[in-house]
Design a protein around this ligand. Structure first.
Ligand code: BGC
Length: 508
């Protein structure tokens, strides 16, 4: 709902965002003067629950560093720290045409990428397919069948006849935690992002997809299983060699970086050279599953309890796009049900009572409302939820959204800071992708502010000066990144290095 649609609204003052330090980055705190005492008290409580000060951010970051280390040991920890068998950075001169499949949380995308002879350039053709909601909690066969159909459609549209016996290699971006003893296999550790499909956890996904392809005579085989963060790392490093971390802040959240094999005790038995690089898919969504450091609210506890995998992805559930709207919804319902506070009083809130009806874009729209009287927020509540709002209620709504969005950005920064501290990555660039990073208002600025606090950077001399760690919009990791990983793997096989490749013959 753009403000341009409502020309009469232009008479209403818009509000300039003011930049405050610490927790108050981009907020309307100043507009609370006329809010009655009971609501003001609730706003203060929310602030206490959801604000995270510098000291706490630092404590979280230090614990995070220790947990990253622990994940690399033989005993392991909460954070899986999965070796991915991506063992070098691209140099920009990779070439070839590759097929990539991205099974994200929301969409399924098939693309064909041609890495051209010109340094760091590529062409891409792609088709997007919606991931039907019912597939996420359906049967395993239906999932693989649907994916095979999409791939078949793509080949039908974009490929002429193939010579008999030709098998097209596919880079499969499967963005869930997977154990990989080889790059061309992946055993799902557990579903995340609300997926709950029986019979996949604990199994190698490659034969499942390949048998669905075979049943339809689709001439494709899987040559690499890739996490979206690893794809993002490699795709971003392709165009910007100072990129050292790839992050996703979307439906889920996670990061990947390059480790040295010598610092990965759980791979010691393979006797890989100590200085040999190995991309690690951290799976940091699992940080603090044992609940020792993150300041969880009662709402976070409900989200976890009612999710398909309670006890898993503690960090992700406070940050990722899938959960932001739900945290907000739980707060609103709780306030309405508390009879001492008069919010949405006497109204039927049945639409608001439905779990997961509000997604992160709802919260984005609230934070983006440019009007002093929060008219767009009022319209959202009435159109989407059938709830009429008073001005003080709107102020509370806006403040709640700001607090949830700010907490997500500040906690995200702890993960980035932890990898930078562990690896001494200052200065560096971080390539980031995902709907929250790209679309959620102020996420980037709030994250940057938190990094500054955690890593004790001095105040900038001028606005143009780069921060020692800059989180920037990434190249398309699941497409270009997957193609590059396929190209790098092929190059490695041709050079005789077949470490971590189950079927090197497929790369000939
Ligand atoms: C998954 C990761 C993924 C992240 C972002 C998480 O839920 O476990 O594998 O990288 O979401 O898509």
């Amino acid at each position: 709902m753009g403000s341009g649609q409502r020309s009469s609204a232009s008479a209403i003052a818009t509000r300039q965002h003011t930049y405050h330090h610490h927790n108050h980055c981009f907020s309307r705190e100043g507009s609370l003067a006329d809010v009655p005492k009971d609501l003001l008290g609730e706003i203060k409580k929310l602030e206490q629950h959801l604000s995270i000060d510098t000291k706490k951010l630092k404590e979280i970051t230090n614990h995070f560093v220790a947990e990253l280390e622990k994940g690399l040991t033989v005993e392991g920890g909460s954070i899986p720290m999965n070796p991915t068998w991506v063992m070098e950075y691209p140099d920009g001169y990779e070439t070839g045409t590759y097929l990539a499949l991205d099974m994200g949380g929301t969409n399924l995308r098939v693309c064909e990428i041609t890495l051209t002879d010109t340094k760091s350039e590529f062409d891409i053709i792609q088709s997007k397919y919606r991931m039907p909601e019912e597939l996420k909690t359906g049967e395993s066969e239906e999932l693989w069948d649907y994916i095979a159909d999409c791939l078949q459609q793509f080949l039908d549209t974009h490929h002429g006849d193939l010579a008999p016996g030709t098998m097209i290699p596919l880079g499969f971006t499967f963005s869930y935690p997977a154990t990989q003893n080889y790059i061309d296999e992946g055993t799902l550790q557990r579903w995340t992002k609300g997926f709950d499909i029986d019979g996949v956890e604990g199994h190698n996904i490659v034969p499942m997809l390949e048998s669905a392809l075979k049943a339809k005579d689709v001439p494709i085989r899987v040559s690499a299983v890739i996490n979206d963060t690893t794809g993002t790392l490699i795709a971003s490093a392709y165009t910007d060699p100072t990129v050292k971390i790839g992050c996703i802040f979307g439906t889920g959240c996670n990061a990947a970086y390059m480790e040295n094999c010598g610092s990965i005790p759980k791979l010691a038995h393979l006797n890989l050279p100590a200085d040999c690089p190995m991309a690690i898919n951290c799976e940091w969504g699992a940080f603090d599953n044992e609940h020792v450091i993150l300041p969880r609210t009662p709402y976070d506890i409900i989200i976890d309890k009612d999710s398909p995998r309670p006890g898993q992805q503690a960090f992700e559930k406070m940050i990722a796009g899938l959960y932001l709207g739900e945290i907000f919804r739980l707060i609103m319902v709780d306030l309405h049900d508390n009879k001492d506070i008069h919010i949405f009083e006497g109204q039927d809130i049945k639409k608001l009572r439905k779990a997961y009806t509000l997604d992160a874009s709802f919260l984005s729209a609230i934070e983006d409302d440019p009007f002093e009287n929060l008219q767009e927020t009022a319209d959202l509540f009435s159109d989407k939820l059938g709830i009429a709002t008073t001005r003080p209620e709107l102020e509370l709504i806006r403040r709640a959204a700001e607090l949830i969005g700010t907490r997500a950005a500040r906690l995200s920064a702890c993960g980035v800071a932890a990898i930078c501290k562990k690896k001494n990555f200052q200065p560096c660039h971080v390539g980031a992708d995902g709907s929250v990073f790209n679309k959620y208002p102020h996420f980037k600025a709030r994250g940057a502010q938190a990094l500054r606090e955690i890593l004790d950077w001095p105040v900038k001399k001028n606005a143009k000066e780069e921060d020692p760690v800059e989180i920037l919009a990434a190249e398309d990791g699941s497409g270009v990144g997957a193609a590059l990983i396929a190209a790098l793997t092929l190059k490695r096989v041709q050079a005789g290095n077949v470490a971590g490749i189950l079927h090197p013959e497929n790369f000939k």
